[in-house]
Write a protein that binds this ligand. Structure first.
Ligand code: ARG
Ligand code: ZN
Length: 858
C-alpha cells in the first residue's frame, strides 16, 4: 500500500536500551532481543506494541521475564499487548543467512556474515519498530565458531570477549550513541585488517581498521589514506570531530549499493575499497575517495542527526553528497570534479526528473522506500543545498550548518529543520526557496538579451514542467552566477549573482557600448536547463576564453548540443552542418592547443555530451539516431584532428606510472585520443590501442585501450579481450570491467555478445556487481539496448523477471531504462511498453519491481 508523508505519527513507545544476542551460523542464526520499552509521553498512547518483521516468526515472546501468549502475528507485524508504563520485552527468532539472496538483513557472503539494514532490513533480523525515529543504545553479544568467524564486529566498542570450551568464541560490543535500527551492523568472518590511527582536533586517538579478505590487504592503502583525509577535512570544513575510539570499515563483495554508514562499522562494496594501479582505474580511485568520505561524513549528517521518517531521506543523503563533493573538490581539481558532478546530474537525474518516476527531493508518498534511493534524492538534493550555500556565501553557510548540528544533535530531524537552521544561521529568507523540496521537475529558464544604447537587459522566464501528480508549479528562486564579457577588451567586470524568483523578470546592466557576451549559470549555480540563442562565435569565444572552467566546458557542450539537436530535428542544411562542424572544430583545436590548460581539464573539455542528455533536449527521440549522429560528429572530429590526437597520444605515452594530477591527465588524454581515433581512423586506432594495452603498467591504460578495441571489428579485439580475461581471471572487480566494457561497446554485434556473456561461467544473477556490470552497462548502450526490433528491451525485461525473486531491490533498478518510453519515438515506445506490461503481468512480483513498473506505465 501507499505510505504518505502526511501520515507521520510518533511511535507510542520509547526504546532507550536494546540488547541483542546472536548465536551465529551460516544456516541457522538464533537472535534473542531484549527491548526496554516505556510509553512515549509525546505520542498518542497505544495498548499494543507493534513490531515490524519480514519473513521471520517469533519462537518465543517474554514480557518482564515471563513467557506470554498475548501476541499475534498480523501481516508480518508482531502485535504485543502491554498494560503498564514500562516493560522488558524479549523475542527470539531464527534466521538463515545463507539463503538470504536479497542481501537485506543478515546474510552470508563468501563464508562471512554481514548485515545491511538501511532502510528496512533490521526487521528481517528481529521484530522491532524498524523506523528511523526510534533511537536506542545497543548492546550486542555474539558467539560463533572461532575458525569460521575469527573476527566478530559490531557497532561501537568491543567491551568484552572470550572463548567457550567447545571451540566457539564470543564478543560483546556496546555503542554509546543512541541510533535507529537502520544503523545497526554486525560482521563475522575470516578477515584481516589494515590498521592505522587518527588524532582528532581535540587530541583524541581513534583506532582505524579496514577489514578485507586475506589476499586483498595490499589494496586497502588508498582507502585508508582517503579515510584519514576525510576525518581531517570534516574537522576543518564543517567543525565535525569523530566521536568513538574505533572506526571500522569492512569490504564485502555481495552488496546491493555502494556502501553503508553503520555507526562505527561502515560496510562497503569491495568496489569502493580495493584499489591498486594494476586493478583500479583513476576513476575507481576517485570513487573510493568519494565514497569513503561520504560514509564517514554520515557520522554527523545521518547518524548524530538522523531522519524522522524516510520521506526525509535527502536530509542526510543530499547534504552528505554535497559534503563528499566539496571534499573531493578540495582533494583534487575542483573544476574537474564540478564538471563530473554536473555530468552525472544531467545524464541520470535530469532524465529521471522528466520521466514517469519524477519525484521531489522530499517525496510525498511511496510503496517501497528502496526505490527512492535515487539520483534525485542524492544528487539533486545536493544541488539544492549547494544553491543555499551559493546564496549565503561559504562563511554564512557554515554558520547555518553549525546551527543545524548544534540544534538537532541526537535527534531524528526533518528537511524543514535543516532549512530553518540555514535560514536562521546564515540569515537568508528561504520562504520561497522551500519549493525546491516539494516540486519535482527540472526548471527551464529562457533568456533573451537586449541592448538598448549602453544598457544591457536580460529578460528571463522560468517554468517548472508538470510531473506525475504535480500539474501546476510555482516559480522558484534560481540563483544565477554570471559574467558579462566586453567585446572590445574580452574581459568581464567580475562575477555577479542574480536570483530569478518570478515567472518573468528582467535584469539591467549598464555601461556596455556593445552587447556583451554573457557567461551564465557559472559553476552550474542552479540545477536547471537553459534555453537561449547564443551566436556560435560567442560560444567559441567562451569555450576558448571563459575564466570559469565550468563555463568553458558549458560553452563547448552548448556548441555541440545545439549542433546535434538541429541535425536530429532535420533542420540542418548541408551548409549549416558544415558551419556547425567548423565551429566545433575551431573550439576543439583551441582546447587541444591551449598550453595553459592542465591535461585533466583538457581531457574533460573533449568529452562529448552524453546520449542521455542529448535525448533530454528532444520531446521524443530515436536513441539510435542520436547515437549515430553523435558518432558521426566524433568520427569527423577524429579524422580532422587525427594528427593532433596522434601527437597527443604520443606525448601522453611512455612516462612512469604515478597518481599525480599530471600523470592522470595524460592517461585521460590517451583515452580521449583513442575514442576519437577509433571513430575516425579505426585501423590506426586498433594498432595504437593494442600497443597501449600490451605496454600498459596500470588498469586505466588497459581499460581505455580495451574500450576502444571492444567497439571495433578488428582482429586485435579478440586477442586483447582474451589477454585481459586471462590476466584477471578470478579477480571479481576486474572481471566486472571485462563484462561491462563488452556490454557497453559500440560494436554492431553487442547484443549477441551480451547474450553469450550471460551464459559465461563467470556470470551469476546472485552477485549485484556482476549483474550490473553486464545488464546496467547494456541498458546504457544506446545502439544495442534500443535495437529497433525490441530485442534489447526483451533482454532487460527477462533480466528483471529472473532477478526479481532473487534480489528485488536490484531487479527494480533495471526498470527505469524501460520507463523512458514516453520520450522515445512511437515504434520503440510501443515495444518498451509491451515489455513493461509483460513484467506487470508476472505472478508474485516484488513490491519493489511492482511499484517501479506501475509508475512507469502510469
Ligand atoms: N545510506 C547509504 C549511503 O548512501 C545507502 C544505503 C542504501 N540502502 C538501500 N538498501 N537502499 O551511503
Ligand atoms: Zn549516503
Amino acid at each position: 500500500q501507499l505510505i504518505l508523508r502526511s501520515d507521520y505519527k510518533p511511535f507510542p513507545w520509547l526504546l532507550p536500551d536494546v540488547s541483542l544476542d546472536f548465536k551465529l551460523s551460516l544456516e541457522k542464526t538464533r537472535v534473542s532481543s531484549r527491548l526496554e520499552v516505556q510509553r512515549n509521553p509525546n505520542a498518542v498512547p497505544s495498548p499494543v506494541l507493534e513490531l515490524n518483521g519480514d519473513g521471520i516468526t517469533p519462537l518465543e515472546v517474554l514480557i518482564d521475564g515471563e513467557v506470554v501468549n498475548s501476541w499475534v502475528l498480523e501481516d508480518d507485524k508482531l502485535l504485543i499487548s502491554l498494560s503498564g508504563e514500562a516493560h522488558a520485552v524479549e523475542v527470539v527468532t531464527e534466521i538463515n543467512p545463507s539463503t538470504n539472496s536479497q542481501l537485506m538483513g543478515l546474510y552470508a557472503s563468501n563464508g562471512m556474515l554481514c548485515t545491511q539494514c538501511e532502510a528496512e532490513g533490521f526487521r528481517r533480523i528481529t521484530f522491532f519498530p524498524d523506523r528511523p525515529d526510534v533511537l536506542s543504545t545497543y548492546s550486542v553479544r555474539m558467539s560463533g565458531d572461532s575458525v569460521q568467524f575469527p573476527v566478530l564486529l559490531a557497532n561501537g566498542n568491543c567491551v568484552a570477549s572470550g572463548r567457550h570450551q567447545d571451540g566457539t568464541h564470543w564478543a560483546e560490543w556496546h555503542d554509546p550513541w543512541p541510533k535507529p535500527s537502520y544503523l545497526f551492523a554486525l560482521v563475522a568472518g575470516d578477515l584481516v585488517a589494515r590498521k592505522d590511527q587518527f588524532t582528532t582536533m581535540s587530541g583524541k586517538n581513534v583506532e582505524l581498521a579496514i577489514w578485507v579478505r586475506e589476499g586483498d590487504l595490499e589494496r586497502t592503502e588508498h582507502a585508508m589514506e582517503s579515510l584519514k583525509r576525510a576525518m581531517k577535512w570534516d574537522e576543518e570544513a564543517f567543525g565535525r570531530e569523530y566521536d568513538l575510539d574505533l572506526f571500522n570499515v569492512v569490504a564485502v563483495s555481495d552488496f546491493n549499493m555502494g556502501a553503508m554508514e553503520n555507526k562505527g562499522l561502515n560496510i562497503f562494496n569491495t568496489k569502493y575499497v580495493l584499489a591498486e594501479p594494476d586493478t583500479a582505474t583513476d576513476g575507481d580511485y576517485d570513487a573510493i575517495e568519494g565514497v569513503i568520505g561520504h560514509e564517514y561524513f554520515h557520522n554527523w549528517s545521518g547518524n548524530r542527526i538522523t531522519c524522522r521518517d524516510w520521506f526525509q531521506l535527502s536530509l542526510k543523503e543530499g547534504f552528505t553528497v554535497l559534503r563528499d563533493q566539496l571534499f573531493s573538490q578540495d582533494m583534487g581539481s575542483a573544476p574537474v570534479k564540478r564538471i563530473e558532478d554536473v555530468r552525472v546530474l544531467r545524464s541520470i537525474q535530469f532524465p529521471e526528473d522528466s520521466g514517469p518516476l519524477a519525484h521531489p527531493i522530499r517525496p510525498d508518498s511511496f510503496r517501497e522506500i528502496s526505490n527512492f534511493y535515487t539520483s534525485t534524492i542524492y544528487n539533486k538534493g545536493a544541488e539544492v543545498i549547494r544553491m543555499m550555500r551559493t546564496m549565503a556565501g561559504e562563511e554564512r553557510f557554515r554558520k547555518g550548518t553549525d546551527l543545524y548540528f548544534d540544534r538537532h544533535d541526537g535527534e531524528a530531524a526533518t528537511c524543514e529543520d535543516f532549512v530553518q537552521s540555514i535560514e536562521d544561521g546564515a540569515g537568508l529568507d528561504l520562504t520561497q526557496f522551500r519549493l525546491w523540496y516539494s516540486q519535482a521537475g527540472t526548471p527551464k529558464v529562457t533568456v533573451r538579451q537586449e541592448q538598448d544604447g549602453t544598457t544591457t537587459r536580460l529578460h528571463l522566464t522560468q517554468s517548472v514542467p508538470p510531473t506525475p501528480g504535480q500539474m501546476d508549479k510555482k516559480p522558484m528562486p534560481i540563483p544565477l552566477a554570471l559574467a558579462l564579457f566586453d567585446r572590445q577588451t574580452e574581459e568581464h567586470r567580475g562575477e555577479e549573482l542574480i536570483v530569478l524568483n518570478e515567472a518573468e523578470q528582467s535584469f539591467e546592466f549598464s555601461d556596455y557600448d556593445a552587447a556583451p557576451i554573457i557567461s551564465l549559470n557559472r559553476g552550474f549555480s542552479s540545477p536547471i536547463s537553459i534555453e537561449r540563442n547564443v551566436p556560435r562565435e560567442d560560444l567559441v569565444f567562451l569555450a576558448a576564453r571563459d575564466d570559469d572552467p565550468f563555463a568553458r566546458y558549458e560553452a563547448m557542450q552548448d556548441l555541440v548540443v545545439s549542433h546535434l539537436v538541429s541535425a536530429l530535428r532535420g533542420v540542418l542544411s548541408d551548409a549549416d552542418r558544415a558551419d556547425g562542424q567548423e565551429a566545433i572544430l575551431k573550439a576543439f583545436s583551441a582546447i587541444l592547443e591551449d598550453s595553459a590548460l592542465d591535461d585533466l581539464m583538457r581531457g574533460e573539455l573533449l568529452i562529448l555530451p552524453s546520449p542521455a542528455y542529448l535525448s533530454e533536449q528532444l520531446e521524443t527521440s530515436n536513441p539510435q539516431a542520436i547515437h549515430e549522429e553523435r558518432e558521426r560528429l566524433k568520427a569527423w572530429l577524429g579524422t580532422q584532428c587525427a594528427g593532433q590526437f596522434e601527437a597527443l597520444h604520443q606525448r601522453a605515452s611512455g612516462g612512469a606510472y604515478s597518481r599525480d594530477a599530471a600523470a592522470r591527465g595524460l592517461r585521460k588524454l590517451k583515452a580521449q585520443a583513442l575514442i576519437y581515433l577509433a571513430a575516425g581512423c579505426p585501423e590506426k586506432a586498433a594498432k595504437m590501442a593494442a600497443a597501449q594495452y600490451h605496454s600498459a603498467d596500470n588498469m586505466t591504460d588497459r581499460q581505455s585501450a580495451l574500450i576502444a578495441l571492444a567497439g571495433l571489428d578488428v582482429p586485435e579485439r579478440e586477442e586483447v579481450l582474451d589477454a585481459f580475461y586471462k590476466r584477471y581471471q578470478g579477480d571479481a572487480l576486474a572481471i566486472d570491467k571485462w563484462f561491462s566494457i563488452q556490454a557497453q561497446s559500440l560494436h554492431p554485434k553487442a547484443i549477441e555478445h551480451v547474450k553469450a556473456l550471460a551464459k559465461h561461467p563467470d556470470f551469476t544473477l546472485k552477485n549485484p556487481n556482476r549483474v550490473r556490470s553486464l545488464y546496467m552497462a547494456f541498458a546504457a548502450n544506446p545502439h544495442a539496448f534500443h535495437a529497433a526490433d525490441g530485442e534489447g528491451y526483451r533482454m532487460i525485461a527477462d533480466c528483471i523477471l529472473a532477478l526479481d525473486p532473487i534480489n528485488p531491490q536490484t531487479a527494480a533498478r533495471f526498470v527505469p531504462p524501460l520507463g523512458r518510453w514516453r520520450r522515445i519515438e512511437p515504434g520503440r515506445a510501443a515495444l518498451m511498453r509491451a515489455e513493461l506490461e509483460r513484467i506487470a503481468d508476472a505472478k508474485q512480483l516484488s513490491r519493489d519491481t511492482f511499484e517501479q513498473v506501475s509508475r512507469s506505465l502510469g
